[in-house]
Design a protein around this ligand. Structure first.
Ligand SMILES: *[C@@H]1O[C@H](CO)[C@@H](O)[C@H](O)[C@H]1NC(C)=O
Ligand SMILES: *[C@@H]1O[C@H](CO)[C@@H](O)[C@H](O)[C@H]1NC(C)=O
Ligand SMILES: *[C@@H]1O[C@H](CO)[C@@H](O)[C@H](O)[C@H]1NC(C)=O
Ligand SMILES: *[C@@H]1O[C@H](CO)[C@@H](O)[C@H](O)[C@H]1NC(C)=O
Ligand SMILES: *[C@@H]1O[C@H](CO)[C@@H](O)[C@H](O)[C@H]1NC(C)=O
Length: 806
């Protein structure tokens, strides 16, 4: 299984993977570790990430960015409407009332659900990690803001499915950062010591989150989390943009806000200016050429001005810090360190606010951009059975309290019970017992809507089915397990009825409600107990009672139907295929273009000698025609047309290329063959002169060799002569491949005869014995005399038994 962590940011995404060396943030195809959360739809293809970002200004209405806050919300949601005003592309109300986008893709207006949009981005990140890991990727951990509600979380989960990812955990961004911080710390206090309390501050492009965590060896517990979901780097950009829009209105009489291209460019410049001001307090210029109506604009700003401009934003830094300390019930002196991450924490004034509040220096030991992705990858490694990681237990928090409501069996009244309170540890399960005679519905909702940055308190409705009276007419005892799962999503996980077998009284039953606490409301109707060990489905008390699972029908607020999700998955597959085909088509077109340029270039240089002036003219025309064709009729053709075009060009090009390559390689091939002939000739001569190194060679065979070599020489000479008579523009008489084949054949024919090893020297009996007695240092000696080595003897011919004395 793969170990991948994805930081799904508002502006940028990061991917970290586990490899043998540890956790590593990986780069995309642009060698960039940061992938913009941006998708550009075109008439034939999609661009995602860096390629899409460059189209924000050129393909304004079809380039989607800044969409993270649309997850799990209806089109009419006030947040969606606020975002809508800021976005240069159109939003659309989907059939289910949820927010989607409307863009032109493949030459038609197309609506995309937010799950599809994020699905495209995640599919891109999946591909990036697959390229890095060189294997398919499915399992991963994805980050989300800690303030995301169930509907938003479920929407991100659906997007992961659209991308073909199996999200093992949705992880709160601040918790991911805390894990990335804690897991490598060697000096954490042991379990019986006072924990180390660390505050994590994450201000990204669109949101601000604070959490305080307690660390012990191998353990991290989130104590409290607070946030301002609407404060981030982009608010500071906006403040600059507003300022310059006003200034330009009076200075240049232009209304920038009416021109979305100009506005986008101003945003980009202001983002750059903001970053520069973080490093430089002096006056800095802002210049944009050809900004609007052919006008160049310029202005300037310094850090002090900027801070004044953003005073109201800066004032929002402190309240979440104060709230987190209150909720965790900690004083400043209880905090051991303060860690900051996220791009916007680079703004000096933001850091000052934090320092001023804690009266303590901030530490920046974590990588401000990559800590979230790394924490997610670590969590994925912990969840993976295939990966060995240090044990590390994580206890997170329930961000908002959750209440269940149901109709009571007696009057027309309703019962209510807060099943999870704010800052309750998570993940966690609890069991509630009901006494019912018929199926009943549980309505889950957020208790205090004012705590939740979301306009609707509903979570979901769960109907417990197949509930009947007991055989004696009494109510059945129904145990319902509710859970905040590993993704931070609430659900009614299971329900069962406890059936009395022997008509026993209620009092002698399960030890389950031992923890049933003061929280219990409506004692006669429902009671609540903690259940950490999933004991719900066990047969209790020696067969006197048994429990039977009950079906649950859930209807979750703003949940995609499975059919819709399936159609999104199918569509993403189609779009990936379309992109692939389009890429192949483009590659085929580029291949034609490249061939034209390369060929023309070589005609003017290395090929020149190999082509007659008439052919040169003809070819130049062909190349020019092809080039023109590429810009006109051939601009937009199916892949096969380009493939055929390339074939056609190659028909002209290959003969010339062949002559050139042959000419370049021929001398070496001829030379090699000549050398081989010379070597064999030497042996023939030495053999003829009764050289004792060759006296073992067979005479008849050596005659055959002589014959063969003389034929080879004739062949070589005749080919060389014929070739020398030709001009360079003519086809060669002999191909390099033929010469090489000839060389090989010569080796095969002559080598076994000419380089036959000399037979072993017969060592006389007594001498051998003497050798044996000497035993040792003399051993290798007998071989030294037998080594013919005709032509500096390549190693395969020297195996004449040097060590074979025994
Ligand atoms: C700050 O910017 C100004 C204006 O561009 C420049 O002259 C100065 O050298 C910069 N200072 C630093 C410390 O970079
Ligand atoms: C963080 O995520 C967990 C699930 O891992 C979830 O239960 C919890 O609600 C989240 N915590 C906060 C503070 O948002
Ligand atoms: C509940 O218990 C029964 C009987 O032991 C078993 O067959 C069934 O699979 C269990 N169900 C679950 C959800 O554990
Ligand atoms: C749950 O039921 C209540 C009462 O019938 C209804 O008002 C509410 O919209 C339902 N919620 C969901 C998420 O279906
Ligand atoms: C979405 O629409 C389908 C039918 O098209 C419906 O069954 C489902 O309940 C709707 N979901 C929401 C959240 O409105």
């Amino acid at each position: 299984m793969s170990v991948v962590g994805i930081d799904l940011g508002f502006l940028n995404c990061y991917v970290a993977v586990a490899r043998s060396g540890g956790i590593e943030t990986i780069a995309n195809e642009y060698s960039d570790r940061c992938t913009p959360a941006c998708i550009s739809l075109g008439s034939r293809t999609r661009a995602i990430g860096n390629a899409a970002k460059s189209q924000i200004v050129t393909n304004v209405r079809n380039t989607i960015h800044g969409f993270k806050k649309l997850h799990g919300r209806s089109f009419d949601d006030p947040i969606v409407q606020t975002e809508r005003v800021r976005l240069p592309y159109e939003l659309q109300k989907m059939p289910n009332g949820s927010a989607g986008v409307k863009v032109r893709y493949l030459e038609e207006e197309r609506p995309f659900a937010i799950e599809q949009v994020t699905g495209m981005l995640l599919a891109k990140l999946k591909e990036t990690s697959e390229n890095a890991l060189k294997k398919p990727v499915a399992d991963c951990v994805i980050s989300i803001p800690s303030f995301f509600t169930d509907a938003e979380r479920r929407s991100v989960m659906a997007a992961a499915q659209v991308a073909g990812l199996n999200c093992l955990r949705l992880m709160n961004e601040t918790t991911a950062v805390a894990l990335a911080y804690g897991i490598y710390k060697q000096d954490l206090p042991s379990l019986d010591e006072k924990p180390r309390n660390v505050v994590f501050i994450d201000m990204g492009h669109s949101a601000y989150q604070v959490s305080v965590c307690a660390f012990n060896k191998g353990k991290l517990k989130v104590l409290a989390t607070t946030f301002d979901p609407y404060l981030g780097g982009r608010n500071f950009d906006e403040a600059l943009v507003d300022y310059f829009c006003d200034e330009f209105k009076t200075k240049y009489k232009i209304n920038v806000k009416e021109n979305s291209r100009a506005l986008l460019r101003l945003y980009q410049e202001c983002e750059k200016l903001k970053k520069l001001m973080s490093a430089n307090a002096s006056d800095l210029p802002l210049n944009i050429e050809c900004f609007m109506n052919d006008l160049d604009v310029s202005s300037k700003m310094n850090r002090a001005q900027f801070e004044q401009l953003c005073a109201s934003l800066l004032a929002r830094v402190e309240p979440p810090l104060k709230a987190v300390m209150d909720q965790a019930n900690l004083q400043r002196e209880d905090i051991n360190s303060i860690e900051i991450v996220g791009g916007a924490t680079r703004i000096p004034a933001v850091k000052e606010q934090v320092t001023r509040f804690f009266l303590k220096d901030i530490s920046t030991t974590l990588n401000a951009d990559e800590a979230v992705a790394r924490g997610c990858a670590l969590q994925c490694a912990i969840l993976s059975p295939a990966f060995k990681v240090r044990e590390f237990s994580i206890t997170d928090l329930v961000p908002y309290s959750v209440t269940l409501r149901w109709k009571t069996s007696f009057e027309e009244g309703t019962g209510e019970c807060e099943v999870f309170s704010k800052n309750h540890p998570a993940p966690f399960s609890k069991v509630i017992t009901f006494h019912k005679k018929e199926p009943f519905e549980l309505e889950a909702f957020y208790t205090n809507l004012h705590e939740v940055p979301y306009p609707d308190p509903r979570i979901g409705n769960f109907t417990i089915q197949n509930v009947f009276p007991q055989s004696d007419g009494d109510s059945s005892k129904v145990k319902v397990k509710v859970r905040i799962n590993i993704h931070g999503i609430f659900s009614v996980a299971s329900a069962s009825v406890v059936e009395k077998q022997n008509l026993e009284g209620d009092h002698n039953e399960a030890p389950m409600e031992t923890e049933a606490s003061s929280k219990t409301e409506n004692k006669d109707d429902a009671s609540l107990s903690s259940d950490k060990q999933d004991r719900i489905n066990q047969t209790i008390k020696k067969g006197k009672v048994k429990s039977i699972d009950l079906p649950i029908q859930s209807s979750l607020y703003r949940q995609l139907t499975q059919d819709l999700l399936n159609s999104y998955i199918e569509n993403e597959g189609k779009m990936i295929m379309q992109d692939k085909l389009e890429k192949e088509r483009n590659d085929a077109k580029n291949a034609v273009e490249e061939y034209v340029y390369d060929f023309r270039d070589k005609l003017g240089s290395v090929y020149e000698k190999f082509i007659t002036p008439e052919d040169m003219n003809k070819l130049s025309t062909v190349l020019e025609d092809t080039e023109n064709w590429l810009y006109e009729e051939g601009e937009d053709q199916p892949k096969q047309v380009y493939v055929d075009k390339l074939q056609e060009l190659k028909k002209y090009g290959q003969p010339i290329q062949m002559k050139y390559v042959e000419h370049e390689e021929r001398p070496k091939a001829l030379n090699d063959l000549g050398k081989k002939i010379q070597l064999v000739l030497k042996v023939i001569e030495a053999h003829r002169n009764k050289d004792e190194r060759y006296e073992h060679l067979d005479h008849a065979e050596m005659e055959k060799v002589e014959q063969y070599i003389s034929e080879s020489m004739n062949w070589l000479n005749s080919k060389m002569n014929a070739q020398n008579k030709l001009s360079l523009t003519q086809d060669p008489v002999v191909k390099v491949s033929e010469i090489v084949a000839r060389s090989k054949e010569l080796d095969n024919f002559c080598n076994p005869i000419v380089y036959k090893p000399k037979p072993k020297v017969e060592v006389p009996e007594d001498k051998a014995k003497a050798n044996g007695e000497h035993n040792g240092p003399m051993d290798g000696q007998s071989g030294t005399e037998t080594n013919p080595d005709p032509a500096k003897g390549s190693s395969q011919h020297t195996e004449s038994g040097e060590m074979d004395v025994d």
